[in-house]
Design a protein around this ligand. Structure first.
Ligand SMILES: Nc1ncnc2c1ncn2[C@@H]1O[C@H](COP(=O)(O)OP(=O)(O)OP(=O)(O)O)[C@@H](O)[C@H]1O
Ligand SMILES: [Mg+2]
Length: 203
C-alpha cells in the first residue's frame, strides 16, 4: 500500500527519527506493556473537553496520554501552528504511536483529529498492527465551549493555546467519523461513556 511505503520512508528520514527521539525523552512514566494494547483516539474542537475526558480515562486505565499540544511544545520552543510545523509534529506523533503500540503500550491520542484524512493515518496504524482502536467524538454546545475557553485562558493551566477564534476557524474542518465511534457530550455526565470504553478495553 502506498501509505505503508510513505511510512517506511519516514522512518528512514533522519529528521523524523530525531523528532520521535525527542518526544520519547519527554514522555515520562510509561504503563506496563500488555499483549493487546488499546489505542484510544479522541476527536473534537478546542474546548469541547478532550483533555479533561482523557485525564478521567487515564485515571482508570493503564494508558499514556499523548497530548498533541504538549508534544508540540516538546518539539518547538515557540510554536507557530503553521502547516509545515503541524505536518512535522503529526508525522512524529504517528511514528511514536506506532512504536509504543508495537511495544504493547496502551495509549490515548489527544488531538483535535477533525478530518477523516488525518484520522486515516490512525486507522492505518491500527489495521496494520491489528490493535483495538477506540474512537471518541467529544462535543459540547458552543455556548459552553465559549465560557470554558474564556475561563481556561484566564487560568491558563492548559497545554492548549486555542481560544474562541481558533474554535471558529477550525469549525468548518469537522468531518464525520466514518468508523464506529463513541460520542460524548461533555456538558452532561461523562461517566456512562467512560464506563463503556473501560469495559471495551478490558474485554
Ligand atoms: N466534563 C467537564 N466538566 C467540567 N469542566 C470541563 C469538562 N470538560 C472540560 N472542562 C473544562 O473546560 C475547559 C476546556 O476543556 P479541555 O481543555 O479538556 O478542552 P480540549 O478539547 O482539550 O481543548 P483543546 O483542543 O484546546 O486542547 C478546561 O478548563 C476543562 O477543565
Ligand atoms: Mg486539550
Amino acid at each position: 500500500m502506498e501509505r505503508n511505503i510513505l511510512y517506511s520512508k519516514d522512518v528512514e528520514h533522519p529528521q523524523f527519527g530525531s523528532d520521535v527521539q525527542r518526544l520519547i525523552e519527554n514522555l515520562g512514566q510509561l504503563p506496563e506493556p500488555v499483549a493487546e494494547p488499546a489505542f484510544i483516539v479522541v476527536s473534537g474542537l478546542p474546548g469541547t473537553g478532550k483533555s479533561y475526558f482523557c485525564r478521567q480515562l487515564a485515571e482508570r486505565l493503564p494508558v499514556i496520554i499523548l497530548e498533541s499540544d504538549a508534544l508540540r511544545k516538546g518539539l518547538f520552543l515557540s510554536p507557530t501552528y503553521s502547516s509545515p510545523e503541524s505536518s512535522r509534529l503529526f508525522r512524529a506523533c504517528h511514528l511514536l504511536i506506532e512504536r509504543l503500540l508495537k511495544q504493547g503500550i496502551s495509549l490515548i491520542f489527544d488531538a483535535t483529529n477533525l478530518s477523516e484524512g488525518h484520522r486515516e493515518h490512525l486507522y492505518s496504524i491500527a489495521d496494520r498492527l491489528d490493535v483495538r482502536l477506540v474512537l471518541v467524538r467529544v462535543e459540547a454546545p458552543p455556548e459552553v465551549v465559549y465560557d470554558r475557553l474564556k475561563t481556561r485562558q484566564e487560568n491558563s493551566e492548559s497545554k492548549s493555546d486555542a481560544d474562541w477564534a481558533v474554535y471558529r476557524r477550525m469549525k468548518p474542518s469537522v468531518q464525520n467519523i466514518r468508523r464506529n465511534h463513541y460520542v460524548v457530550d461533555t456538558s452532561r455526565d461523562i461517566t456512562p461513556v467512560l464506563d463503556k470504553i473501560i469495559r471495551e478495553v478490558r474485554r
